[in-house]
Write a protein that binds this ligand. Structure first.
Ligand code: ATP
Ligand code: MG
Length: 265
């Protein structure tokens, strides 16, 4: 069964894109078939996947509008997963989509025809509750929520719960929380540990066991156009995202369920 996950948090700079790219590559390493959808006009997931957003050709933007074919948009990334790229053109989608029927469900409609080709679809959402994010949330089975364990992270929690409630009420009644992912974690910091405890208290059973440590290698990898796994496999960041991928696979493809997938890279 395909699992579609929106990597989302309205707060900026919490590790959404880093998590989307590194999780995509790590899932591929575990033999999963993966599609990564870049829904952010910043195009960071596109660049971080080794696809130049300036010359990517058709992006997810005309796909949402219905003016491009899937085959002309989807790119095979060097990391072994498929990518629907984005660049700043996508910022225009916000206005164009308003006029269109099913404006919140355009991505869901596109993916409905293709999701069966993948084990996991990851959607990298922008840091706002824009129509692009709403398209991501309407297309997803669940939210994967990166959170930096710092004081202001907790402020964002109520926004997040409110968003989930509104999306469920009005647009996608079945969406759940896949998990909250603690990112840029510093085990030596008391504050990090306190925030982690509060997250667990607010969302019992919804915090991933895997913690993503602060790692300079994770910050460096995008400038090499690849996931950290292909840049420094032994780094703490690489091992953490592999562990997260294993946590997801054991949930959704148990008992060696990579049966339908490509062999591990
Ligand atoms: P935006 O809201 O702008 O889309 P984002 O939530 O996608 O941001 P990222 O772009 O993934 O966040 O990360 C923000 C910055 O933090 C980047 O420079 C990234 O390289 C760095 N970063 C992310 N995770 C880690 C980590 N675990 N250790 C060190 N640096 C990290
Ligand atoms: Mg991002």
């Amino acid at each position: 069964m395909t699992r579609v996950l929106a990597v989302t948090n309205q707060k900026g700079g919490v590790g959404k894109t880093t998590s989307a790219v590194n999780l995509a590559a790590s899932l591929v390493a575990l033999g999963q078939r993966v599609l990564l959808v870049d829904m952010d006009p910043q195009g960071n997931a596109t660049m971080g996947s080794g696809i130049d957003k300036r010359v990517a050709g058709d992006t997810v933007y005309p796909l949402l509008l219905g003016t491009a074919y899937w085959e002309s948009v989807v790119k095979a990334s060097p990391g072994g997963y498929d990518l629907l790229p984005a660049n700043r053109q996508l910022a225009g989608a916000e206005l164009d989509l308003i006029e269109l029927p099913r404006r919140e469900h355009r991505l869901a409609d596109v993916l409905a025809r293709r999701r069966a080709d993948y084990d996991f679809v990851l959607i990298d959402c922008p840091p706002s509750l824009s129509l692009l994010t709403i398209n991501g949330l309407c297309a997803a089975d669940a939210m994967l929520i990166p959170m930096q364990c710092e004081y202001f992270a907790l402020e964002g929690l109520s926004d997040l719960v409110d968003t989930l409630r509104r999306i469920r009420q009005n647009l996608n009644p079945d969406i759940g929380i896949e998990g909250i992912l603690r990112t840029m974690f510093d085990a030596r910091s008391t504050l990090s540990r306190q925030v982690a405890e509060q997250l667990a208290a607010h969302f019992p059973g919804k915090v991933f066991e895997t913690v993503i440590p602060r790692s300079i290698r994770l910050a460096e990898a995008p400038s090499h156009g690849c996931a950290v796994l292909h840049y420094d496999r032994q780094s703490t960041g690489s091992r953490a995202y592999l562990a997260l991928a294993a946590e997801l696979v054991s949930r959704h493809a148990p008992a060696g369920g990579a049966g339908t997938s490509k062999a591990a890279a």
